[in-house]
Design a protein around this ligand. Structure first.
Ligand code: NAD
Ligand code: DAU
Length: 332
């Protein structure tokens, strides 16, 4: 698989994956990205020109996609509308990109008989009670809550159907919450870090008891590459790094790492339908593919991430005011 097409490769995790592939393989990468509000070519800076081709375009553009599939050996599909709060405000782009876009790619994979890896989320499984001893596994029933997660669930089911009905050579992975550099300031951790840098108090939805299972984006990338290399066609792999934390603890840790009082945040209007807890059991990918995360220490990874946002204001500042204005209009 020397020629790889990466959709959404100018986004947070897609760009991390492109850097990872360039550093750890000999593959040439073509990125297909629509450069929505969430895409930044600056996130791909530093990659040698002979290793990367960048194409600005939409994954739902069948003609463009068809042409690109004929030039590659395999496709890794990250492109998505990815933010729950945006999906509550305007679901339509989520259907267009996450459902119709994935359908368009699957039809091309079928026509060109290309290896396809679909990147998805643990949110397709719904949420868990705080005291539930169970975690999500590959056999947990689908039960998505939001417009975002229901469109990701729909895309997963399309991939499974194209494997079974048309013998498309696809694998799937469902990962927990990522953190690290180059994440859009709309998301929880970068929003609070950049709030503190701007002198704004961090904003916690509701009481802050909701739990997310944090994994560094570098670990997500190494796991996706492992599935692409050694995954069994038709199989799903859950990706997680045993990183459960409640939101209140994460905000307090950010404040402490940034030299602020731990209680210098405010509670704001809760998210509608807010999922309580996500938790991944990653035993399958660990046992069957020999994958393991490298970032065991969340506080150390968070400190590095804070340092990155402190040093890279030029990357995030252009999005900050519009993002905060959107949240303010929702009382968040
Ligand atoms: P992101 O919003 O940072 O990036 C998405 C990228 O896709 C952007 O570069 C955007 O320009 C591009 N894009 C959007 N619509 C497009 C279209 N129609 N055609 C082409 N490009 C388009 O998202 P992210 O957080 O990097 O997530 C990437 C993938 O990983 C998504 O599929 C998401 O569901 C999945 N995922 C994310 C997380 C997380 O914690 N962020 C966790 C698990 C899974
Ligand atoms: O679990 C994987 C998912 O993680 C991915 O599929 C999504 O693409 C990704 O956005 C993320 O979804 P979440 O909704 O969990 O992430 P978000 O960063 O939006 O919020 C994390 C938690 O923090 C959630 O419980 C809501 C809360 N929150 C969020 C924001 C933006 C706050 O308390 N305050 C905030 O300002």
């Amino acid at each position: 698989m020397n020629r790889l097409l990466v959709t959404g490769g100018a986004g947070f995790i897609g760009s991390n994956f492109v850097h990872h592939v360039v550093a750890h393989t000999d593959a040439h990468v073509t990125v297909l990205d629509a450069l929505t509000y969430a895409g930044h070519t600056a996130s791909l800076a530093g990659i040698p020109a002979d290793r990367l081709t960048f194409i600005e375009g939409n994954i739902a553009d069948a003609e463009l996609v068809d042409g690109l599939f004929s030039t590659v050996d395999a496709v890794v599909h990250f492109a998505a509308e990815s933010h729950n709060d945006n999906s509550l405000h305007d679901p339509r782009p989520f259907l267009d990109t996450n459902v119709v876009g994935t359908y368009t790619l699957l039809e091309a994979a079928r026509r060109h008989e290309r290896r396809f890896h679909h990147v998805s989320t643990d949110e397709v499984y719904g949420d868990l009670e705080l005291d539930d001893p169970q975690r999500f596994t590959e056999t947990t029933p689908y039960n998505p809550s939001s417009p975002y997660s229901s469109t990701k669930a729909a895309s997963d089911l399309l991939v499974r159907a194209w494997v079974r009905s048309f013998a498309v050579q696809a694998t799937l992975s469902n990962c927990s919450n990522n953190y690290g550099p180059f994440q859009h300031v709309e998301k929880f951790i970068p929003r609070q870090i950049t709030n503190v840098l701007r002198g704004i108090r961090p904003k916690l939805y509701g009481a802050g008891a909701n739990v997310r299972d944090w994994i560094h984006a570098d670990d997500h990338s190494s796991a996706v590459l492992a599935v692409l290399d050694r995954g069994v066609i038709g199989e799903t792999y859950l990706i997680g790094a045993d990183g459960e934390k409640d939101n209140k603890t994460v905000v307090e840790t950010i404040l402490q790492l940034m030299g602020q009082p731990a209680d210098a945040y405010e509670h704001v209007t809760d998210r509608a339908g807010h999922d309580l807890r996500y938790a991944i059991d990653a035993s399958k990918i660990r046992a069957e593919l020999g994958w393991a995360p490298r970032f065991g220490d969340f506080d150390a990874g968070l400190a590095d991430t804070i340092a990155w946002y402190r040093d890279n204001e030029a990357w995030w500042a252009p999005s900050k005011d519009a993002t905060e204005a959107f949240y303010a209009s929702k009382g968040q």
